[in-house]
Each structure stands twice: as C-alpha cells, then as structure tokens.
Design a protein around this ligand. Structure first.
Ligand SMILES: [Ca+2]
Ligand SMILES: [Ca+2]
Ligand SMILES: [Ca+2]
Length: 828
C-alpha cells in the first residue's frame, strides 16, 4: 500500500499544476533517478565493470546544471581507490517505503560485507544512509568508508570550506603522501562534520554534512592521474544501521536552463551537399522558432544570408531536438549559425571542405602509434624506439588485467617466460595503452588497403625508415605514407606468422605498474632482452636483469588467423611495387593460413570483444576469402568458397556488406542477384534504426561510446551506394561524417582531434596526463550515462569510453572520411 501511495505522489508531479512546485525539489522518476530542474541524482543505473572495475561511471552520481560532477558514491575499501581496486557488486535497486526514496543493495563477496544505501529526497538535497547487514569484519577497520568522487576539472581554480578550515583545489596533485605504507595521500581536509565544495560558484557548489563519522577530502590524483577529488567518511567499528548518514545539498540555480547546443560539421560543407545543423534543447528552454545563417566578411562584419524556421525532431534521451536546414546556401565562404542570442564558431562552405580531413589521422596519429620505431615531429619527440625487447612467452592459465587470457595450451614452442625472438618489428600500439592487439592491427592494414584502392590516399608527409627504426613526421621521403603504414603493419603480422605459424592474440605489458605507464612508449621497457641470470638492476648492453619485456599471448584462434589472412592478402596488393619481397611473403602466408582454416573446424576466439563467438570466426572467413579473391583477380577456388559462404553473408550482412560488395567484380550475376534482397532488408533496418534519433546514425548505448560504429556505417553505406545506387543513397555516409565531425549530442566538438574548427583537444592518448591530444586520433565520443544523459566531457581526458583513441577506429575513420568526400562530390 505504501508503495502505491509513493507512486501516486511521484506521478502527481507530472500534472500541470504540480509541475512548477515539483521542479524545485527532488522526486523519484520512473527510471528511479531523483530529479529536479537543474539536478539529477543517478542511483546505480550504471555499475562497476566486471573487467575494467572502476570506470568512474557507477554508484550514486550527480548531474548538476548539465554536468556530471560526482560519481562512484558507494562503500569503498580504500581511501583513494584506483581503477583495479575492489568494487562492490550491484545486487538490486528498489523504491523505499519513504516517499522519494531509492534503495540499492550491494555486496563485497570476498570480504563478507553486504549493505544497503538509501537515497532519500529531503529539503535542499538528499540524504544518503548506509546500513550494513552486520558489522564490518575487523580487518576493514580504517579502510571501509563511504566515498563520493568529484570531477577535478569542475573544481580547478575553486575553493572548499569545512567547519574548521578552507583550502584551494590544486590544479596538479601535490600530496603530501602518508608514510604509513598505504601509498595513500594524506587528506586535504579532515575532522569536519561538513564540507562545502566551491562555495563561490553557484553552478558547482555542493555541501555535504555528516551525522556520523567526520568527512575527509582527498585528492586521488596523488595515487593515479585519473583519480578524482574524494569526499569520504569512514565506517566506525561495530556500526550497522545508519553506519553512515550524509546530507548532500547541491546548490540548484532556480529556473536554470541549459543553453542550446548547435551542432554541425566542424569541417564545414561542400557546396551542393545537404547542410543541416541539429539544435539540442533543454525542454525548459523557450527558444525562438527560427535560426540564422550568417556570412562572415574579411572586415569582421557579418550579414545574415538565411533566416528560417527550425523543425522539431522530437525528444531523444533528456533533450528536445530541432533541425536547421541551410542546404540552399551554396556560395563558398565562411559562415556561422546564430540561434537564441548566440553565434557558433565559424565553419567553411567550400568545394575542398573534405579534401584533407583524413590527413592528420594518417600522417600524425598512426605514425605516433607505430611500435618498434622512434617517432619525431620536428623539435618534438613523440617516442624513442619502443619495445625492442619484445617479447616473452606469457604463462598458461593467465587472466590479464587488459582482458587477455591464456588457457592451458600455449600453441607455442616457447616455455613460459622464455624470450621469443623475431617479434620486435612493426605494428601499432593499440590505443591509449601500448599493447599490440593483433585483430586491430589487421583492421588498420585492411582499412588502409581499401582506402587506397577505393578512393586514393596519395599523400607523403612522413619519412619511415624501418631499418633505422626512425619515423619523422612533416618530412616527406618520396614514398606514399599509406603504403609505408601498410608495410609497417604487415611486418608485425608476418613476424607472428613466421615465429608461430599462426596469428597470436597480442603483446602486452606483464604487470599493472608498467601497463599504467603514461608518456613515451620508448621508456616503457628498457629495450634489453631479459636475462634471469643477471641481478635486477644489472645490464650488459645486450640483456638486462629487469623482467619488463612484454608478454606474447599466443593462442591460435581461427578468427585472428582469418583477420590476418585478409590483411596480408590486401597488403600483398598494396606492397607489390614498394616492397615486392614482402608482398610475396604476405600472399604466401595468407594462402597458407586460409587453406588451413578451411580444413579445420573454425575455432572461436579468446573472449576479448565478441571474438569468443563462432560469429567472429565465420565473419572473418568471409573477409579473408574476399581479399584473396581480389588479390587473385577472381581465382575459382575463392569464388567457389565465397558462394558456399553465402549463408554466412546472409546471416551477418550488416558486418559483411562491404566485403560482399568488393567481391562483386569477380563474381557472377547470380551472386549479385542474391545480394539484392539483403541490401534492401539492410536499408529497411537502417532506416528504422536511424530514425530513432535526430542524428540519423546508429548510436550505440553500451559501455563504450560509438563513433567507430558510426564511421563503419558511413563507409559500408557508401560501398552499398556505389554497387546499388538505386537502393542506397549518399545521405547515410554524409550523416555519418557529420556526426563524427561535430553534429552529435552533448556538445559540437569534432571527435577527431584537430579536424575542423573546434575539435576534441583533451583526450585519452599516450599524453593524457598532459590534458592534451594526438592530432588525427578519433575518440569514441558520446556515451549515454544511463538512463538518459548523453555525455562527451570536453576537458577531462581520463574517461576511456568517451576519450580513448584507438588505431583501428582511426583507420576506420580514414576510410569513412574518404568515402564521405566521394559522397559529397556526388551531391548535386
Ligand atoms: Ca589494449
Ligand atoms: Ca612517406
Ligand atoms: Ca627488457
């Protein structure tokens, strides 16, 4: 009965008369968040991750005035937990018996600690109460506490006050550290019943008052650069019910309205293509019905060239959307959009708007990620030659912190820990971390092969000398960069094949201390092969006693072999003139791997991504067969096999449409005829799916933001358009490039660093500790914080799911960018 009353109270806020009053105080929503105008309290709708643990998107979280300023509100077993510290397991979330109350049950199984956290609306904020099922085990004394993490970038340059003292939030962590062996910093503030963060700033001011243990303030960045400011109260020995009681009072600006976000392609528009900006609107924003396109003149003056009504695109997540169509403006020039009293940054309308949008991705980002070489850009050294001590055999029965696994069988002639000669060549470091992920390296090779063959990628800005292990950016050497990059990837893939006779899973740091390295990849290991007969700090110029060499995970998986087959078959075409000997090695390896995989039942993968599934091996088999078909210019054995694989193509057409189209010139008319209904069905699905959001692209709502899916969609739809122009138009490909270059939720930054007028310039690259970027890298972009908050933090680098460049998503961008330029050229 109580529950029904509560539901009625909550729903009464939906009536018109009550809405104004309800907007000024917190109430539970149907999604079980607490909500008032300007404030959302998210209560474990997002949870700690079983593989990556603490992603800073879990527990109780606060969205205040449109920014997620606090996260990870939960009982923690450390004062300043790092990513891999123990995290609670989520059990359940229910409505409490008190009005506007939500209760979360959580458990730490390993330490016998189970508890409930109730979050209850109260005057000026909410109450957090922690009830333990039984008193905490004695060993947790001084460790278990309730933590709430605050976003550093929201508090830089601001102050805090407690009932005893005041202080500045430091821009850089400054300790001091405790000498008790914990590795923890000392608290910045302690012993207070109450603390106020940013008293001077009405947008980020939060007061926390404890009825139980005093509150302490820590700077977790002292332990790990990705830490946040932690407000914490320790749980007292013997405490159970109300072990912690906090009153959290975020200041909420009355009648706060989020300013509109006018999003558009930051690289601008070609003359004849469709040009539609999307305006993201706070439902409380009473905006004008029209927007203007202004033209900027050399003397600084502006004139309005178009005023037109915006068109509602309905509601998506927590915002309303409208479109502003200025396609009719075709005169080259510099323009901006004015709406609701503000004007955007400038962008171009120009015939060559997309001529070089892929360039920094190829000549700078991919170069910066190259492994086993040193990379220099004029005065700046991105890295000295890296990982020259690759690699040691990873041991059996190992589950690695970056999700690599090794079973009982190594599929390798080497003993655990033994040095494997021949692997210290070629390849790209995967992402913000420094491992070689074989499938992703293979994808880079194939994307570059396709981009060259389909659209051209003729560009030389980088010197690459493999023998000298030397790369210099902004120093052309007369050889096409894309071909050189394809060779660099091929060298690593072939090295694996030569050593093991098959593709391996990857090569990665052995211990966390090394994995968390930030900076130059060349200093991640000592570059000297480990020799166990030397003392730990001994070295003799050739070997060293430091076991820092990376581990090779060597399991023999069909999916990996076939992805490498596809890459090598493609690279043999690309390298035919540049490096004929390597091209020959590549095609021979591809043919051997392919033939072997056709004769063994396809083995599933290793559990990274979805490669455990049968699906990835099947899909990779089609991909490999198509590349060999192209390289052999239609050899019957590949054409026949591809016909046999039609059921796989049918089943996974969304993933295989591009490959199927590339096979068309070598297949008969019946193959093409059989694709037609698949293309029609895919188009129908795509139209339905992309109509669900105002950006008209597939938006991934999972735990890693989806720019990769968007660019893959863009290039696949262009390939389908080329082959089946009567079924598929060019607008899908243009919508995709618009999305990644700025027309997306949350803000309007291009997701490719330095591409476009305004782009993502604080990202999760190797230099993330400097709050910096790597030109041309593409970040994942906009994550949906559940239930309905689209987020793409512009100034905080450490959220990998929004900000981490990867080599294979960036190569997918290069392909999509070339496809988009071709699509734009077709627009009349
Ligand atoms: Ca990795
Ligand atoms: Ca070059
Ligand atoms: Ca070493």
């Amino acid at each position: 009965m109580q529950k029904i009353v509560t539901a009625l109270l909550a729903s009464s806020c939906l009536t018109l008369e009550a809405s104004a009053a309800c907007a000024d105080s917190l109430h539970v929503t149907p999604a079980q968040t607490l909500e008032q105008r300007g404030l959302t309290v998210i209560v474990d709708q997002n949870q700690f991750n079983p593989i990556f643990f603490d992603e800073k998107n879990a527990g109780i979280q606060i969205v205040l005035h449109g920014e997620r300023i606090a996260t990870d509100g939960a009982v923690r077993l450390d004062r300043t937990p790092e990513q891999w510290a123990a995290v609670p397991g989520f059990v359940s979330r229910t409505r409490g018996t008190t009005p506007d109350q939500v209760i979360v049950r959580s458990v730490y199984k390993d330490v016998d600690l189970a508890y409930s956290v109730s979050v209850t609306a109260e005057a000026d904020g909410f109450r957090i109460a922690v009830d333990l099922d039984k008193p905490q085990p004695a060993k947790l004394a001084g460790k278990a506490g309730f933590n709430l993490d605050f976003l550093p970038t929201s508090y830089f340059g601001k102050t805090y006050m407690t009932d005893a003292t005041s202080g500045l939030f430091p821009r850089h962590p400054a300790g001091p550290m405790s000498n008790d062996g914990s590795g923890d910093p000392l608290p910045m503030a302690t012993g207070a019943k109450s603390i106020t963060l940013a008293p001077e700033d009405p947008l980020t001011r939060v007061t926390i008052t404890s009825d139980t243990a005093p509150v302490q303030l820590y700077d977790a960045r002292n332990r790990a650069q990705n830490g946040w400011f932690v407000v914490r109260s320790e749980i007292a020995a013997g405490a159970m019910k109300n072990a912690i009681v906090w009153h959290v009072q975020p200041n909420v600006v009355k009648n706060w309205v989020r300013p509109p976000v006018v999003s558009f392609n930051q690289a601008g528009y070609t003359l004849n293509r469709a040009k539609v900006a999307i305006i993201e609107l706070d439902p409380n924003f009473a905006g004008p019905a029209s927007a203007e396109l202004v033209r900027l003149n050399a003397d600084g003056s502006k004139n309005t060239v178009l005023t037109t009504r915006i068109q509602s695109q309905g509601r998506w997540m927590r915002y309303n959307y409208a479109s502003f169509d200025f396609s009719s403006v075709r005169q080259p020039g510099v323009y901006a959009i004015s709406y609701g009293g503000s004007t955007t940054n400038p962008f171009r309308i120009a015939a060559d708007a997309y001529a070089r949008i892929w360039q920094p991705s190829l000549d700078t980002y991919l170069a910066e990620q190259m492994d086993h070489v040193g990379v220099r850009e004029q005065y700046r050294v991105w890295s000295s030659p890296s990982h020259l001590d690759d690699a040691r055999q990873a041991p059996p029965n190992t589950v690695h912190f970056d999700a690599y696994r090794m079973g009982a069988t190594l599929d390798s002639p080497f003993k655990a820990g033994e040095h494997i000669p021949g692997l210290a060549v070629g390849g790209w470091q995967d992402a913000g971390d420094y491992d070689i992920q074989t499938p992703e390296n293979a994808s880079v090779v194939r994307d570059l092969v396709w981009a060259r063959e389909l659209f051209g990628l003729d560009w030389d800005e980088t010197s690459i000398d493999e023998a000298a292990r030397a790369v210099e950016i902004r120093k052309p050497d007369g050889i096409e960069d894309a071909a050189q990059q394809i060779r660099h990837g091929t060298l690593q893939l072939l090295a694996q094949y030569k050593v093991f006779g098959h593709a391996i899973v990857g090569i990665v740091d052995p211990v966390l201390r090394q994995y968390t390295h930030l900076g130059d990849s060349g200093s991640q290991t000592d570059g000297l092969v480990y020799d166990p007969t030397l003392k730990p700090n001994e070295r003799n110029g050739v070997t060293s006693g430091k076991p820092d060499d990376r581990w090779a995970f060597t399991t023999n998986f069909s999916a990996n072999n076939l992805l490498v087959t596809a890459a090598l078959a493609g690279s043999s075409r690309a390298l035919a003139r540049l490096d004929p000997a390597l091209a020959t090695d590549a095609i021979e390896a591809a043919e051997t791997l392919w033939a072997r995989e056709q004769n063994r039942a396809l083995q599933p993968g290793d559990g990274r991504d979805d490669s455990m599934s049968r699906r990835s091996a099947d899909v990779a088999n089609v991909t490999a067969t198509v590349e060999l078909l192209i390289t052999s210019k239609g050899a019957a054995k590949y054409a026949n096999r591809l016909r046999q694989l039609l059921p796989v193509i049918r089943q996974h057409f969304q993933d295989l449409a591009g490959a199927a189209v590339r096979a068309l010139p070598y297949m008969d008319g019946s193959f093409r005829t059989q694709l037609v209904p698949l293309v029609q069905a895919l188009k129908a699905d795509v139209d339905k799916d992309t109509a669900r959001n105002p950006f008209h692209v597939p938006i991934n709502e999972g735990g890693w933001a989806g720019s990769n899916q968007v660019v893959s969609f863009g290039s696949t739809m262009y390939l389908l358009h080329q082959a089946f122009p009567d079924i598929v138009g060019v607008h899908y490909t243009l919508d995709a490039i618009d999305y990644v270059l700025g027309r997306h939720p949350a803000n309007n930054l291009s997701l490719v660093s330095t591409v476009g007028t305004a782009s993502k310039l604080v990202a999760y690259g190797h230099n993330r500790a400097d709050y910096s970027f790597i030109p041309g890298g593409m970040v994942p972009g906009v994550l949906i914080i559940k239930p309905d908050f689209p987020e793409a933090k512009p100034d905080w680098p450490f959220l990998w799911f929004e900000n981490e460049y990867t080599v294979s998503t960036t190569s997918a961008y290069i392909l999509a960018a070339r496809a988009a330029a071709a699509a734009a050229d077709e627009a009349k």
